[in-house]
Design a protein around this ligand. Structure first.
Ligand SMILES: [Zn+2]
Ligand SMILES: [Zn+2]
Length: 310
């Protein structure tokens, strides 16, 4: 196995940033990469929109911790969207444990579905224990009662010592409702194709739009619906867990390919594509090669810790 040098590691963090508007990696993580990104490799953030996405975890299906996966990271699905004074988390995988602790307004979580890789950060998320700290978690469920019940299905004995609503903070678990308004942020939802169901989100704030489509298999009519749903978005996050060859053996598992992501980008007229939900077996070297093969400035595999300005 080829060792990744520190230089490659830093290049990996900053590479391909121009088209995507990478403004930084998490402060202090890799100062040189941050400097490189700020030094012309990263597009200038649009200060008028004041909307940024931080990748806290982009690994699919299971968390990993391996030396060959330090660029793209091993934490599972969690993305933090900052829009003015609002903070919206997309899913709550293990990446949540790297989330900053200060928020202007109480954070809101949008859970796409209840598979463990999208939930497993909540159990140790310290805010839930802070007395008086308000946190709202939107869950795919028929009604609010069913939403609480669904979360208790995972976070209660014998699987976990206590329910999330008994941590001590002001934790509200609610069923998704669309359109949802969080301050000036407007959120719409769409049903995707995944075992047990999944929700995709379209999030708008001051003229900027982000679409989140994790755990999405490109079956029809879902894929065409997603093309419609993503029309004109500035940034689309799309499940590219499999190569085309792998997909042939894993049809029905609920995931897609980078090639379908590119098709989505073309057909929707979206500006940029961030490929997410990396297969646990995938190494940094492989992901860098796959990204190079695509060779487009506006297409990138998500790297844990990076911040993207919309
Ligand atoms: Zn997943
Ligand atoms: Zn899933």
């Amino acid at each position: 196995m080829k060792e990744i040098t520190r230089r490659q590691f830093l290049q990996g963090l900053a590479a391909g940033a121009a088209g995507l508007g990478i403004s930084s990696v998490l402060p202090g993580l890799v100062p040189e990469a941050e400097a490189a990104a700020a030094n012309g490799m990263g597009a200038t953030p649009d200060s008028a929109s004041d909307m940024t996405l931080t990748v806290l975890g982009a690994r699919g299906s299971s968390a990993i911790c391996r030396r060959d996966s330090m660029i793209f990271g091993g934490c599972t699905s969690c993305y933090m969207l900052r829009a003015g004074s609002e903070t919206v988390f997309l899913d709550a995988g293990t990446g949540l444990l790297s989330a900053p602790t200060g928020y202007q307004n109480p954070p809101v979580f949008l859970l796409s579905h209840l598979h463990l890789d999208h939930l497993s950060g909540l159990g140790m998320y310290s805010r839930l224990s802070e007395k008086g700290a308000e946190t709202t978690i939107y869950v795919p469920a028929e009604d609010d009662g069913a939403a609480v019940q669904a979360m208790d299905g995972v976070y209660s004995l014998p699987y976990w010592p206590l329910s999330l609503t008994t941590y001590g903070g002001d934790v509200r678990i609610l069923a998704h409702r669309f359109p949802l308004q969080v301050g000036e942020v407007t959120i719409d939802g769409m049903e995707g194709c995944h075992p047990g169901g999944v929700l995709c989100f379209r999030i708008q704030y001051r003229g900027k739009t982000l679409v989140y489509a994790s755990d999405f298999e490109h079956e029809e009519p879902y894929f065409s619906d997603l093309v419609e749903f993503s029309q004109g978005a500035d940034l689309v996050l799309y499940d590219g867990q499999y190569t085309e060859e792998e997909y042939e053996k894993k049809k029905g598992f609920g995931h897609s390919t980078a090639e379908k992501g590119l098709e989505l980008l073309e057909r929707s007229g979206a500006g940029r594509l961030l490929i997410i939900h990396h297969d646990p077996s995938r190494t940094d070297q492989q992901l860098l090669e796959m990204e190079t093969q695509i060779g487009r400035e506006n297409v990138r595999y998500a790297r844990e810790g990076e911040e993207i300005a919309l």
